[in-house]
Design a protein around this ligand. Structure first.
Ligand SMILES: [Zn+2]
Length: 546
């Protein structure tokens, strides 16, 4: 107790406050980074240990310099306390869920609504945040400081001179070692708290706000509907799933029966499909964009036609129905229907609605449109974590015990798997009901394409949730399910042809052209080779003699 009182009542120089905060940030919140460096160099002789010690020292010096640049020269207590709080939050996300803060993760955060954020609050987070973040930050903020403004500034400048000299010396003498370790472990720098976050945040702001907006680019002024022999109406439903991973679908060989309902319908499952990103904010706009994943840039994609724009311009009635956060800009120029989760409905709990709510809306939307062609996109909430247990009603608690809490890492592996599989089993039910709605409609040509935006980690390799940098993302986060149902499957030539492709490799790069194909749209930007069904449709037409 005396020690604590001593700490509180002591007077500190501004430099000491910055140094103590920096040391705390380096030793506690940079555990993941320092541990990664340790594993990368595996020190077992004096020079390797010296190198490892230099990394800690260098990080300490850089933290001092950055806190000072961010305003620590004038407001050492405030800037140190705020940096510490931020570092505390970032460390929690990394240590608990394996999150890495890169540009797409920042975009993901920026597009996350308050409902999604609140799903991360739970008791274990609160205890952690109070003990390691709030109390140290308050102690720093309330610390007694020696001297007037002039002498405080002087003390911060002195400690920065020392930090700069040490940094320069380390780089001069150990440059080669740093270059070697950095070359083989470039991902490690993304773990440095909080600077990786600042760096990614700057890149995000630069790309989204600092650059002038691009002029909107119309990719095709006059796309047309393919003339069909019989003037059949065409109804296409595209279902954008959420956080469903391919390996948990029994249609793809999963040992648990998570596709009880769809297994009874003539639906085809593509087994080797990869996503464009590992988060909704990237995958959703990317899959509708003409840009392939390798060239995808949100700034470019959002300022040119996407698949919905082209299909709409060709004369198809396009509607986006959203039971997720938003359409991420994809539906800006077509009609959109959103649900109010506070509505008085047994399917909504005030924050979210179960995906069953899409079924009735689809029915209404189809019946409103008696003639002409239609494309309806349904955006599911699917398996959105970490509150998986809020994605399915009680009647769908098939795999038990589930994990009825948001701090999923505290549930057993079995509970987590159960709760996630319940979300998949519920998605399976909803999709089968959507097919029923399509079957009831009098439209002649109907098809439904389901694809998830990205997958999910459920504790494999110590990772949870999604949003890992794509280049090093685990299979679980990028291998997504894709399902196809159509009235055309009554044609055996067509079905046989498509069935042969079920194990071929596809990705969300194929969605743009496949969707144009399903909606019967001819366009100068259409690439037939990318349309998954094009070849099979041609074969079926030849077989029918058309
Ligand atoms: Zn998502």
């Amino acid at each position: 107790m005396n020690v604590i009182l001593n700490v509180i009542h002591r007077e500190y120089t501004a430099a000491q406050i910055i140094a103590i905060s920096s040391l705390f940030i380096v030793l506690i919140f940079n555990y993941c980074f320092l541990n990664g460096v340790f594993e990368a160099i595996e020190p077992n002789n004096l020079s390797q240990w010296a190198f490892y010690a230099s990394v800690i020292l260098l990080l300490f010096c850089l933290t001092i310099i950055v806190i000072s640049i961010l305003g620590g020269v004038f407001f050492p207590r405030t800037v140190s306390a705020v940096t510490l709080l931020l570092a505390c939050l970032l460390f929690y996300a990394t240590i608990q869920y394996g999150v890495i803060f890169d540009k797409s993760m920042i975009q993901n955060i920026a597009e996350t609504n308050s409902r999604e954020v609140s799903s991360y609050f739970n008791l274990s987070f609160l205890i952690y945040f109070i003990l390691l973040g709030l109390i140290p930050a308050i102690l720093i903020y309330k610390a007694r400081m020696i001297g007037d403004l002039k002498s405080r500034i002087k003390s911060v400048l002195v400690i920065n001179m020392v930090a700069l000299t040490v940094t320069a010396s380390i780089f001069t003498f150990l440059y080669k070692d740093y270059a070697a370790v950095g070359r083989n472990n470039h991902i490690l720098v993304k773990y440095i708290v909080p600077f990786a976050f600042y760096d990614a945040g700057f890149r995000f702001l630069r790309d989204n706000y600092f650059y002038p907006p691009l002029p909107f680019k119309v990719l095709d002024k006059s796309p047309k509907l393919v003339p069909v022999k019989q003037r059949y109406q065409n109804l296409t439903v595209m279902v954008v799933g959420e956080t469903a991973r391919a390996q948990n679908f029994s249609l793809n060989g999963y040992t648990r029966n998570t596709n009880k309902f769809l297994a009874q319908t003539p639906i085809l499952s593509f087994k080797q499909v990869s996503s464009c990103g590992t988060a909704t904010a990237v995958s959703v706009p990317c899959m509708f964009s003409r840009l392939p994943r390798s060239k995808y840039e949100s700034r470019v994609a959002s300022s040119q036609d996407n698949a919905l724009d082209i299909i709409h311009r060709a004369g198809v009635d396009v509607t986006w129905i959203d039971n997720n956060s938003t359409c991420k800009g994809v539906c800006e120029r077509v009609s959109e229907i959103r649900f109010d989760p506070t509505q008085d409905s047994p399917l909504c709990d005030g924050d979210y609605c179960f995906d069953e709510i899409l079924i009735e809306k689809l029915q209404q939307q189809i019946s409103q449109q008696e003639s002409g062609n239609q494309l309806i996109v349904l955006h599911m909430i699917g398996s959105h974590g970490p509150t998986y247990f809020r994605r399915y009603p009680d009647s769908f608690k098939r795999f038990m015990p589930d994990c009825p809490q948001s701090d999923i890492q505290r549930c057993s592996t079995e509970q987590l798997r159960n709760t996630y599989d319940n979300t998949i089993a519920y998605t399976d039910f909803v999709l089968s009901q959507l097919i029923d709605v399509l079957l009831q409609s009098g439209v002649a040509n109907k098809s439904m394409l389901y694809i998830s935006d990205h997958g999910e980690s459920l504790g494999e390799k110590g990772l949870f949730l999604h949003g890992f940098p794509y280049s090093i993302a685990p299979e679980e986060q990028i291998h997504v399910p894709m399902l196809y149902w159509s009235t055309e499957l009554s044609n055996t030539d067509f079905t046989d042809c498509v069935s042969e492709k079920l194990s071929s490799e596809f990705s969300q790069d194929n969605i743009f052209d496949t969707l144009l194909g399903l909606a019967n749209v001819q366009s100068s930007v259409y690439q037939p080779k990318m349309d998954i069904f094009k070849q099979c449709k041609s074969i079926a037409l030849i077989a029918r003699g058309e």
